[in-house]
Design a protein around this ligand. Structure first.
Ligand code: SF4
Length: 893
């Protein structure tokens, strides 16, 4: 999985998933085969990749792709589609003004796509109603950095993780969400015995495996914990010289910290922590100059997210731990190009190139773009934007590369809003999503591997994504689609781009335009990059002002460390400590809704599964949506592992499978964010999340809602395995997952069908060879064999007690089945036990739980390393290592 030296035929590109921004090498083989490995030379990953990156090759076929433009479901030409979009937006603006239209875009877009979309909306339509799904991911980090530093500037490099002696991970399950960075931390620990890791999270995640101290914090109390730390630091860790010379606001921030966090027992009590653990954390922080605090969505996705960010930044400013190697407050972004979006102004409250809506900025960008109608004030942020669609204030929306019907809070309202919107345009690479289902115009977008451009990762490193596949069907790059619409709206001269390099050069020129060091984001050194230079552009960190010399154009050498000189981008040039008053989350538990719902990502899935859901090996670990419940709550609400439960509140309801674990605290449940209506009947967790936002950043509180759970008791349970995905009717619970050579359908229903054989015939087809079994206990089993191959099987029971799917699933991969297997099909298990691999634990090498346990026992494997040597498991991304250790303990117990 990790690569050797770059081969001449390999294309060097960047992973399209998380904000780590790993470099990849892609080699195309015969008959469309593609080999993908980590790029040894990329400074983000040095050849390593995670399970999602390793499975990218599984997602490149054209299954489910949107290949042609459509209007109201009918295929049309590009000219018809582009005219319809341009006419629709032009007419709406003419009738109702520029603020009656909006774009909702995505951190999946390349910087060049983003730049063109932002320029069209803000510069030429004349509204700032363009916001991005990055609003859901890291808007609070942006707002916090801007309040403190005067600029949206992430001050750290990944190398800081190797230089630190203390890494504090707050609201960040790095092991699953940024696995390659987590592996850098693990390796740093193995080579630096001084390095300590503190994990602060309401949930005991896989990241805790590397923690020297785990603070299982009460949700929403992070500000209090860091206020307490600031107060504690007054003893002997304040850097007075730095504070005096380079900051403002310390007095009021410290007074607020003292008032709100007067003592360690008070902090421990409010945060639900052991007082000794709080002291330990504070002591380590106070005594360790080389401290990096890494934070992510657990901090940002909160109604007090910006204050959480500033509470973290405050302790770094108070100790002077910024602008130095191995120190700083480090926001890790979720998306591959969240940072690129921030650079071009993809958020509704930014204009472009780190300029906002100050009159001088508006004037400057307007002159640069030659845009007399440029927007002069911020537009609607994501939640407000969909509210405005719901009320009819926004009448036409263009959604690019994102799926807000799944990912937004109060997601059912978002769906209703789009249902009543006069014009919904969606550009996507996927034909059928919860959002494309509501589009009037569908525009087929090229996707990863089919288009070229740049992305910026969490350490401000710009990397090339390079095309290595032809655009399938009639799909086109997003920048091309937007530019074509812009030309039809009358802006041909301003959108005359021929290549992504044309756009990148303009973007770089704007970053440097009348900058003179006033703005952190400056890549003027790349403003005149040639087409050939752009083609071979090495990963490069900003800032890169033109004065740094032409040799920087393609040089990977690091720029000067940001803030090393103690100068910030505020009017006074000093960093600002911000007084942060703790606030509780918006929805607190109540007698009706006694549990706190937390949401997040799982290791093997990305966003709404439109890509990762197509990889059988990535679906193997969690084929169904689930809720994690603490054992005490399981007893309290009378639910057991494997039960279906309804998780619900006044906004909505999902039905998911129960997983009992003490990884969640009593009183809390966790549901992943990924499942959509395309793969489960009722699992869009966004439908339960209130649309409350942080007042500064506008980021929604996606990790906190009050809910209840209750056992869902259908009349029947079933699973169906088949070679093709099936249209399921008559089931109240459906979850569909792709396997190796088969599709898995988990089902339940409230009404019994009149006849199970007829039900099976309707579902599986009346195939040539039928195997069947039924009994008076409500069990029914059927299989269809064609040409000696198992093509489908269905297992039904009155309870959830159904056979394991693993052995049956293996029969789909094995081609013709022998007599022994044929006789065993309706038993659902092998005649000779021991052949099952069990549920996948290591996705990179498809190693199952049963295989691992057998090897641990028979080969006396006592460490994750030993398992790796025997089975490869855990040797690629390493994110299953905590589970391997748990299996070793289980086998020993
Ligand atoms: Fe892609 Fe994984 Fe690297 Fe993230 S850590 S960029 S998902 S390979």
């Amino acid at each position: 999985m990790t690569g050797g030296s770059v081969r001449a035929s390999a294309v060097r590109t960047t992973c399209p998933y998380c904000g780590v921004g790993c470099g990849l090498e892609v080699e195309s083989g015969p008959q469309g085969a593609v080999a993908i490995r980590g790029d040894d030379g990329h400074p983000a990953n040095f050849g390593r990749i995670c399970s999602k990156g390793a499975a990218l090759g599984d997602t490149l076929d054209l299954e489910g792709r949107l290949l042609h433009p459509e209007i109201r479901g009918a295929r049309v030409s590009w000219n018809q589609a582009l005219d319809a979009v341009a006419d629709g937006f032009t007419r709406t603006v003419a009738a109702h003004g520029p603020d009656s239209v909006a774009f909702y875009v995505s951190g999946q877009l390349l910087t060049e796509d983003y730049y063109v979309a932002n320029k069209l909306m803000k510069g030429f339509i004349g509204s700032a109603n363009i916001d991005t799904n990055s609003r859901l991911c890291m808007a609070s980090a942006v707002a916090g950095y801007k309040r403190a530093f005067g600029a949206d500037t992430v001050p750290n490099d990944y190398e800081d993780l190797e230089r630190a002696n203390l890494i504090v991970l707050v609201g960040s399950n790095l092991a699953w969400c940024h696995p390659v960075l987590y592996q850098r931390v693990v390796r740093a620990k193995s080579t630096n015995p001084q390095l300590r890791v503190v994990v602060i999270d309401p949930r005991r995640t896989a990241t805790c495996d590397s923690a020297d101290l785990f603070l299982q914090i009460r949700p929403g109390t992070d500000v209090l914990l860091f206020n307490g730390l600031l107060h504690y630091l007054r003893e002997d860790a304040i850097d007075w010289e730095f504070l005096d010379a380079h900051t403002e606001g310390f007095g009021v921030a410290m007074r607020t910290a003292k008032d709100t966090a007067p003592s360690i027992p008070a902090v421990a009590d409010a945060c639900g922590l052991d007082g000794d653990d709080v002291v330990e954390f504070y002591r380590w922080f106070a005594r360790t100059p080389a401290t990096v605090t890494v934070f992510s969505q657990g901090v940002n996705q909160s109604s007090s997210g910006t204050d959480k960010v500033n509470a973290i930044i405050n302790v770094h400013l108070a100790t002077g731990r910024i602008g130095k190697p191995g120190a700083g407050p480090f926001s890790i972004t979720g998306q591959p190009n969240a940072m690129g979006g921030r650079e071009v102004g993809g958020l509704a409250n930014q204009l472009a190139a780190h300029m906002d809506f100050a009159p001088a900025d508006v004037d400057r960008v307007g002159r640069f773009w030659n845009a007399p109608r440029i927007a002069t004030r911020p537009g609607l942020k994501a939640v407000d934007l969909f509210d405005a669609i719901d009320t009819g204030a926004v009448k036409a929306v263009w959604i690019m590369s994102t799926n807000p019907v799944v990912s937004m809070p109060d997601a059912d309202r978002v769906r209703r809003a789009l249902e009543r919107c006069e014009l919904v345009v969606v550009s996507d690479c996927v034909r059928k999503t919860d959002t494309t289902d509501l589009a009037h115009v569908l525009l087929p977008a090229a996707t990863w591997g089919e288009k070229s451009g740049t992305v910026t990762n969490s350490e401000r490193r710009i990397s090339r994504q390079r095309k290595f596949l032809p655009e399938p069907g009639e799909s086109r790059a997003d920048w091309w689609i937007v530019a074509q619409v812009a030309r039809r709206m009358g802006f041909a001269a301003e959108f005359a781009y021929q290549t992504p390099a044309d756009i990148f050069r303009e973007h770089a020129r704007l970053s440097a335009f009348e900058n003179g060091g006033a703005r952190a984001f400056d890549i003027g050194a790349l403003a005149d990059v040639s087409d050939a230079g752009y083609d071979v552009l090495e990963p490069i960190q900003w800032p890169r002002p033109a004065r740094s010399g032409a040799e920087c154009e393609t040089s990977g050498a690091p720029p000067a460390r940001l803030f090393a000189d103690g100068r910030f981008f505020t009017p006074s040039g000093k960093a600002q400590l911000v007084a942060t008053d703790p606030r509780p989350p918006a929805q607190l538990p109540s007698p009706d809704y006694p549990l706190v719902l937390n949401t997040g990502r799982i290791r093997d899935q990305w966003h709404t599964m439109t890509r990762t859901g197509r990889s059988a090996r990535l679906m193997g670990r969690h084929p169904e949506p689930f809720v994690q419940v603490h054992p005490l709550d399981a007893a309290r609400f009378d639910v057991a592992t494997g039960d279906l439960v309804a998780v619900e509140n006044a906004l909505g309801r999902v039905v998911v499978r129960v997983e009992i674990t003490d990884a969640v605290a009593p009183g809390q449940v966790f549901v992943p964010m990924h499942w959509s209506a395309q793969c489960a009947s009722l699992a869009r967790i966004g439908a339960l999340l209130p649309a409350v936002v942080d007042p500064v950043s506008g980021q929604p509180e996606l990790k906190h809602a009050a809910v209840r759970i209750r056992r869902y008791s259908p009349a029947w349970h079933a699973f169906v395995l088949s070679r093709e995905p099936l249209e399921i009717a008559g089931a109240s619970y459906v979850a569909i997952a792709k396997g190796q050579g088969y599709w898995r359908h988990e089902l339940a229903g409230e009404a019994l069908p009149p006849s199970w054989p007829e039900w099976a015939d309707a579902l599986l087809g009346p195939r040539a060879e039928r195997l069947e079994f039924s009994d008076s206990a409500g069990r029914y089993r059927a299989a269809r064999v064609v040409g000696g191959k198992l093509v489908a099987c269905a297992f039904v029971a009155a309870t959830k007690a159904l056979p394991s799917r693993n052995w049956l699933a293996g029969l789909f991969a094995s081609g013709r089945i022998d007599d022994e297997a044929r006789l065993a099909i309706l038993a659902g298990r092998a005649a000779k036990p021991g052949a099952e691999s069990g549920p996948i634990v290591c996705s990179c090498f498809s190693v199952g739980r049963s295989t691992l346990l057998r090897a641990i026992r028979t080969q006396s494997l006592v460490s994750a390393d030993a398992i790796g040597k025997a089975l490869h498991a855990g040797t690629n991304c390493g994110s299953c290592v905590p589970e391997l250790k748990a299996l070793i303990a289980e086998a020993a117990g």
